[in-house]
Design a binder for this molecule. Structure first.
Ligand SMILES: Nc1ncnc2c1ncn2[C@@H]1O[C@H](COP(=O)(O)OP(=O)(O)OP(=O)(O)O)[C@@H](O)[C@H]1O
Ligand SMILES: [Mg+2]
Length: 376
């Protein structure tokens, strides 16, 4: 029997729950050629949501081409251009001769060479004179718009892990280049998504930045406890097992509604349940997951400075005024300027999230581990 809970992979169909409004908004933006920026901490469901919207639009609109680009392994501008050109060409047609035609007509001056691996559906390999491309990437940045005009279709380009562009050599110069081209594109819209809220907020909402007011910004929220309860109960029921509301709700609570962990814990609980889920099973499964992760958490913590760890201790104790003199002293945090620095570093390393004045752990299980196993 297929296990009814999935984590660590993109979820779709029956494994996907909720997100009704965000889904509609994405679909509508894609169809209306509105740029979208989608931001959430890691593993809250950005990629799955975009993919679901992409599938819907592909099914409904034959005159929209969608191209998905993942910047996960992209560290330089050159790699970016290469990936963009390859993916746009690949999305432009399913026919090799048309793709070749497009490459020659729009990228001809870089002397393109294309090859496919023999298996159908696998990646296209594009070689261009990348040194020339980097000097003058206009043709690559405009490629999608030209193809859109030629095919008389609109194109939506979805770029995952967009925060990676801030690691390029000259991020600001690069953003200026992108924006100056992309804002002229009439038939291409962009869906840019990723984690590192602060970084992306800076890119998209500082008036001094090139991408200011580029599009509709969506902050993805966690899925609510009541929605998880419905989902967990349904998945148990469909597979001939039962779980009471209070237990399904305990699963969501243990994971603070974090989508990845709720799925992981649900799966572990489901696997240990023959017919009817007992409350003890949840605690046991949860502790097992914590144990599996403890090595990772230990390594993560070993890498932090004493003051950073002290700061995390203050956060696990729900101290609200971390910069008050009492708290600074009690946790040995140094000056309040020091705390600002600690916060920035921990945020950049995606250990904490800062929403207004509130500091939260990105990983609720790391918080639990620190509190129960490390500080105790
Ligand atoms: N709508 C959803 N319904 C059910 N589970 C979900 C949903 N969205 C996310 N999840 C759970 O969270 C996990 C992570 O989802 P996904 O990879 O889409 O998130 P992400 O925000 O793109 O993550 P990353 O920041 O690592 O790229 C999934 O494997 C799944 O277990
Ligand atoms: Mg993702």
């Amino acid at each position: 029997m297929k296990v009814p809970f999935t984590y660590g992979k993109l979820v779709h169909e029956d494994d996907f729950t909720n997100r009704v409004h965000e889904f509609r908004r994405l679909v509508s933006n894609f169809k209306s050629s509105i740029n979208t920026i989608l931001i959430s901490p890691r593993r809250w469901g950005k990629s799955s949501l975009v993919l679901k919207a992409v599938k819907q639009v592909t099914k409904e609109s034959k005159d929209i081409i969608i191209c998905i680009i993942d910047l996960q392994n992209i560290r330089t501008e050159e790699q970016f251009y290469k990936l963009l050109a390859t993916k746009v060409l690949q999305a432009s047609s399913s026919r090799m001769d048309t793709i070749m035609d497009n490459a020659r007509s729009f990228l001809g001056r870089f002397i393109p060479n294309l090859s496919f691996s023999p298996d159908p559906g696998t990646d296209l390999k594009l070689s261009l004179d990348w040194i020339e491309v980097k000097k003058d990437p206009d043709d690559i940045l405009n490629l999608a718009n030209r193809i859109a005009h030629k095919t008389k279709k609109n194109i939506v380009i979805c770029i995952d892990e967009f925060q990676n562009i801030t690691e390029f050599e000259d991020p600001l110069g690069f953003q200026k280049k992108l924006r100056s081209h992309w804002q002229l594109h009439q038939k291409v819209s962009y869906c840019l998504y990723g984690s590192k809220r602060h970084m992306l907020m800076e890119v998209f909402s500082s008036p001094s930045m090139p991408f200011y007011k580029f599009g509709d910004i969506i902050f993805l929220e966690k899925i609510k406890e009541k929605d998880w309860v419905g989902f967990i109960q349904k998945r148990f029921k469909e597979t001939g097992k039962e779980i009471e509301v209070k237990n399904a709700s305990a699963i969501a609570k243990h994971c603070e509604n974090h989508p990845y962990y709720v799925q992981q814990l649900s799966q572990q609980v489901w696997l240990r349940t023959t017919k009817h889920c007992e409350s003890e099973t949840i605690q046991k499964a949860f502790e097992d997951i914590i144990m599996q992760l403890s090595m990772l958490f230990q390594l993560l913590t070993d890498d932090l400075s004493t003051k950073q760890i002290n700061f995390l201790r203050a956060v696990t104790n729900n101290e609200e005024q971390v910069t008050s003199q009492d708290v600074l002293k009690e946790y040995n945090l140094g000056t309040s300027a020091n705390v600002v620095k600690i916060k920035r570093t921990l945020h950049d390393r995606e250990i904490i999230d800062i929403i207004g004045k509130k500091v939260e752990f990105m990983d609720p299980l790391y918080k639990y581990w620190l509190r129960e196993y490390y500080f105790d």
